[in-house]
Design a protein around this ligand. Sequence first.
Ligand code: SAM
Length: 279
Amino acid sequence: MARTLKEALSNVLSAKELSNLYSSFDTIGDIIVIKVPDALQQRKRLIGQAILENLKPVKVVLMQKGPVSGEFRIRELEHLAGENRTTTIYKEHGCSFLVDVAKAYFSPRLSTERLRIANLVKPNERVLNMFAGVGAFSIIIAKAQPECKVVSIDVNPEAFRFAVQNARINKVAGRVNTILGDAREIIKSSDLGKFTRVLMPLPESASEYLDDAIFAVEPSGGWMHYYTHMHSENEDEATEQVESDLRARLNTNHEINLVKVVREVGPRWFQVVADIHLT
Ligand SMILES: C[S@@+](CC[C@H](N)C(=O)[O-])C[C@H]1O[C@@H](n2cnc3c(N)ncnc32)[C@H](O)[C@@H]1O
């Protein structure tokens, strides 16, 4: 049995073809999602079958047909081989997540970032996750810090449904309050209280929600973790640009403690996080 995609496809593709395919694929539980370049479309089922037969523990091979898009940040998928399903169980940092890769956003590529944030949370914090998806950040935080409380918001009813189940599966439902709705509306309209830490993991449009996040932070001070996408020549330029954009936007007392690239999301496109301390 092969251990890597390269080994699994070595009898089906040339080294050059393989490098194209290899650059972008995700393994989520027992589902693998691949992108198939136009030149290989004719052989997509053969590729799917070879992955299924040769790569453990893959039981489903899906092809991503377009970019992650729309308000719910989901992607169109085509079944290539294996069981015909899009749900799976994904394990990360001692937590299990029920995920439907077709109906709600989920990326295993944020794993290191989720743990980084969880390790920053102190006892008795109140954490707001404005764009929670299936609840991964929120649940990993609640598990890592048993004396904190988390509120998770998502506007996608499917993401909400999975986030509720995931809080139960991981036995943190008593401390993770999951809410369906638009983060801005919920922050404005309901009596949520204020938070020591606000997460904004919606890089495509988090900048539109900066004022809402600031409103949600405790008046005595707290943290914001702001995610954005930046197009630039290199990582240093990307972080410098994000920091200067934030300084121009933030009109409350603040310190920007860290700005770093989380991952590259395309040619010269970077996902950047800024840890902002409102004082
Ligand atoms: C990039 S995903 C979040 C990923 C998640 N934090 C994780 O670690 O898997 C962004 C999420 O924001 C949700 N969303 C988009 N606009 C929103 C809004 N205005 N209010 C609340 N949720 C929103 C989408 O449905 C999507 O699930």
